[in-house]
Design a protein around this ligand. Sequence first.
Ligand SMILES: C[S@@+](CC[C@H](N)C(=O)[O-])C[C@H]1O[C@@H](n2cnc3c(N)ncnc32)[C@H](O)[C@@H]1O
Length: 261
Amino acid sequence: MKQSTRDADGPAPGADAPPTLGDRVEVLLHWHLVPRVVHAVRRLKNRLQGNHSRATIPVQWPDSPLRIDLLNEIVARRNVQSYLEIGCRDDDCFSQIQAPHRVGVDPVSGGTVRATSDEFFANNTERFDLIFVDGLHLYEQVLEDIRNSLAALQPGGAIVLHDCLPTNCVAQYRQQSSREWNGDVWRAIVAARTWPEVDTVTCLIDQGVSVIRARTNGDPLDLPESDAFTMPFAQLAADYQRLMRTVDYPTGVQFAVGDGT
Ligand SMILES: C[S@@+](CC[C@H](N)C(=O)[O-])C[C@H]1O[C@@H](n2cnc3c(N)ncnc32)[C@H](O)[C@@H]1O
């Protein structure tokens, strides 16, 4: 029997029908108005809780190079064979990485493994030459991802992290409160900057791209690791070059591919 392609509400999902006015209103509400209202409420909540600062970080992000350029530069110059990406979303980055063996982990979409990073690392036995951490943008999760990545890194490998340098306070609230959201990834970078056994810089490209190498820390921060979680954004803004050890792109590439500091 020929199946009907329509149900009571109109064309079946996937049918080639033009969107109705109702469809357009639903999309507008779902993707534009509701997130804006939710973000505005969250911004208000943060202000009322005294979490807000008007400080800003005066960095203009160049259109290029981007994280993908840095990753592929490392792939080419270190002859990277195995690449792991944590958080893949639409595979914008994952699909462009030139490594012969790629594993992408995301609980929602993209990549090759449908799992959270914790679930993945709990069962993983592989070692990777290059690991890109861009999953859940919360301090404690990023710290966990860094620790697990260090354990899964080939000797001489590099860990790269995205969204490390928010330029305003709202972008780093722990709940997404604006379209551009970095979360408090920066706190995990400040924490890692206190560890003696890893060396870290932050490249001034693409929302701040940090690179971590498993070698003696060439410029350790002299503060307790726990300060990273309580530090106000205004302190980051006042001292971001030292706290994040910011570098330009060529220096970041050299740091990521070289053997020394
Ligand atoms: C910013 S997007 C990744 C963008 C991608 N890396 C790129 O450069 O185009 C963050 C992704 O992390 C995923 N994610 C959220 N929580 C995660 C977790 N616990 N472990 C791994 N991925 C997670 C989300 O589903 C989302 O797709």
